[in-house]
Design a binder for this molecule. Structure first.
Ligand SMILES: C[S@@+](CC[C@H](N)C(=O)[O-])C[C@H]1O[C@@H](n2cnc3c(N)ncnc32)[C@H](O)[C@@H]1O
Length: 308
């Protein structure tokens, strides 16, 4: 079947995810970060003729892209524009009690990153937007304009692990007194001026961590991840599995610690004992071949747990 794929987004760790999810016909899987539909498409192929994918994304553009890509699968795929933290309510509304697998592929899709007007990339010129869901109230420009110097420093060090957080926060406050910082290039140049001489190596653009920090802030990414991990396992049938692909150490730490607490039965006082079994004591990393073919995969780490 022609899979109709149009995006430049290449899904990561596909074989590893499919193996861990244990895709089988007749089962129901949630792809909670549908993006361009790459992983969902693979699940649909491997669960033919009657496996079902419930696909979720909060980005309007991702939803319309995924609808195109997955159209050939008709009623085997159901697509919703929603924040994945509302997964339990959504399943309740569509009268699905439990599912066989849940996939979270965190981070940005190439679809988002490559559109300059979304403001995610410092390589192009665009407004400092960075909202994955266009309904989110505040853009990156809003936060950059309104946070105090101390709050900016907290965002940069907490979400970007930025060594020069204080220096960059001070520069932001100084520059915005003259005129608002509204574009990706304005922010990038500001960061370069603030830390340029101090960077030992320019292999990684000094703006990388700053952009990561504001993106996490705008989209409340770490809090959303904590919430879905606290509740998502309840939606799995016994033997059902949850797979999470993360792209930086802040995310991976949350996944690792949440899984450990669930395995020890420590997540919630109302839960008697352990509720999951960790299937990946160490995170699964992409092969050398995948890293070469798809540089975006280099930082990917996959963890998986099974409901018991
Ligand atoms: C890396 S992409 C997923 C790519 C997808 N696996 C594929 O193969 O095409 C991550 C997607 O998750 C979505 N996303 C991130 N946080 C979300 C949330 N809290 N709720 C719903 N979607 C979210 C983003 O909008 C983005 O489209």
């Amino acid at each position: 079947m022609n899979d109709g794929r149009r995006t430049g987004h290449v899904p990561v760790l596909v074989e590893e995810v499919m193996g861990l999810l244990g895709c089988q016909p007749g089962r129901i899987y949630v792809d909670a970060t549908l993006g361009g539909g790459g992983h969902a498409l693979e699940i649909l192929k491997r669960t033919a003729p009657d496996g079902v994918v419930i696909g979720i994304d909060w980005d309007e553009e991702a939803i319309s892209e995924a609808k195109q890509v997955l159209r050939p699968y008709g009623e085997r795929v159901r697509i919703f524009r929603e924040n994945f933290i509302h997964l339990a309510d959504l399943l309740n509304q569509i009268k699905v009690d439990q599912v066989d697998g849940i996939l979270l592929d965190l981070g940005l899709s190439s679809l988002q990153l490559e559109k300059e007007e979304r403001g995610f990339s410092f390589r192009g010129e665009g407004p400092l937007d960075m909202r994955m869901d266009q309904r989110i109230e505040h853009t990156a420009a809003d936060w950059i304009d309104h946070l105090s110097r101390e709050e900016l420093e907290d965002v940069l060090s907490g979400y970007g692990q930025e060594r020069w957080a204080k220096r960059i926060a001070t520069a932001i406050v100084r520059v915005r007194e003259q005129s608002p910082i509204q574009t990706t290039q304005a922010l990038r140049k500001l960061v370069h001026r603030a830390v340029g001489g101090r960077c030992r190596s320019w292999r990684i653009d000094p703006a990388t961590r700053v952009f990561q920090a504001f993106r996490i802030k705008v989209n409340d990414e770490l809090e959303n991840l904590r919430k879905i991990l606290e509740t998502g396992w309840r939606l799995l049938r016994k033997g059902g599995r949850i797979c999470v692909i993360s792209f930086h150490s802040l995310e991976d730490r949350i996944v690792k610690e949440s899984f450990r607490r669930l395995e020890k039965g420590e997540m919630d006082a109302s839960i008697p004992g352990r509720v999951i079994r960790i299937l990946t004591p160490k995170p699964v990393r992409p092969s050398a071949d995948e890293r070469r073919r798809n540089p975006r995969s280099r930082s990917a780490r996959l963890r998986c747990a099974e409901r018991i």
